[in-house]
Write a protein that binds this ligand. Structure first.
Ligand SMILES: O=C(O)c1[nH]c(=O)[nH]c(=O)c1Cl
Length: 311
């Protein structure tokens, strides 16, 4: 039984990755992921310069997942670019370099630096951070997405993936797919956290995080049905050359199986990886192989995208 999967020219011996932002801001954390059963690692979304991020408390775990308003704390692009150049492809592991500029200009500036660098792996352009005060997720502005992709592909010749926010309406699925199908995007990653949720503590009668009056991105059990819907809807709409990474609500082999059934080629684990740490990659790999064995599947391609509907 194989958990191997391919995105563009990149072979992953295991389809499991961490989600950008979770236990991946330092090289020590990134090394731990590479030393685990994960097929590779994803760096914390980088901005051009180091950032402290939002004030704490800025993340809270709950019985159903978590809420966060980290505000893009990171060591800056150079730090992650150096790690990525050094570690990409080592012992068959892929390093995905995530970038999240605070403007189209910053995104282009970072992509130019990556294009000129010796990094030969996958770049993930994050168009979906919900936690910068005064800024909406770029992924909700289809013309802005078209603009940034038009500029990017005028010079960026390395493989590019996009981290998208969750969409909630068929017109939105159609709208974003229409834009994406016009560009040589290597993959899309759905979903980022469900933005601007609110967790209330009835005992203290208060919100639980400080930034933005307590509003923050939701992850974990809260988001799985939305994540599966986005993976499925975009698989049905995007040209086959664009692969899909499924992210959202994964904490077991069963959850991974469901994402692959909806069309995912790789999956990323955020909230649950935050709780469990790197042992989660071994546990989930084992659980998924057990499910595949029970069903008589040998590879992910045996069931990828084969979700049945009720006719
Ligand atoms: O607040 C964050 O750092 C953050 N938090 C998220 O839930 N998704 C993102 O893409 C980012 Cl960039």
């Amino acid at each position: 039984i194989s958990l191997a999967s391919q995105i563009g020219d990149y072979q992953f011996d295991n389809l499991l990755l961490n989600a950008a932002g979770v236990r991946c801001a330092s090289t020590d954390e990134l090394d731990k992921i590479l030393d685990s059963d994960a097929g590779g690692c994803v760096t914390k979304s980088a901005t051009p310069e180091p950032r402290k991020g939002n004030e704490s408390p800025r993340m809270k775990a709950t019985s159903m997942g978590c809420i966060n308003s980290m505000g893009l704390p990171n060591h800056g692009l150079d730090y992650y670019l150096k790690f990525a150049e050094t570690n990409q492809g080592k012992s068959g592991k892929q390093v995905v370099l995530s970038v999240a500029g605070l403007s189209i200009k910053q995104n282009i500036e970072m992509l130019k630096k990556i294009q000129e660098s010796s990094f030969a792996g996958l770049t993930e352009l994050n168009l979906s951070c919900p936690n910068i005060a005064g800024k909406s997720q770029v992924g909700y502005d289809f013309e802005a997405v078209r603009d940034v992709l038009t500029s990017a592909f005028s010079f960026f010749k390395k493989p590019l993936g996009l981290k998208l926010p969750p969409y909630f309406d068929f017109n939105q699925f159609d709208g974003i797919a229409e834009v994406l199908n016009d560009f040589p995007v290597t993959y899309i990653n759905s979903i980022n956290s469900i933005g601007n949720g609110l967790v209330v503590d009835p005992d203290t009668e208060s919100v639980v995080i400080k930034p933005k009056g307590g509003f923050g991105g939701l992850g974990g059990d809260y988001v799985k049905p939305t994540a599966l819907a986005n993976v499925r809807a975009l698989r049905l709409r995007l040209k086959p050359e664009i692969s899909i990474i499924g992210t959202g609500g994964i904490k077991s082999g069963k959850d991974v199986f469901e994402h692959v059934l909806c069309g995912a080629s790789l999956v990323q684990i955020g909230t649950a990886f935050g709780f469990d740490g790197t042992p989660i990659f071994e546990r989930i790999s084992k659980e998924l192989k057990e499910i595949m064995a029970e069903k008589g599947y040998h590879t992910l391609a045996d069931f990828r995208g084969k979700l049945k509907t009720i006719d």
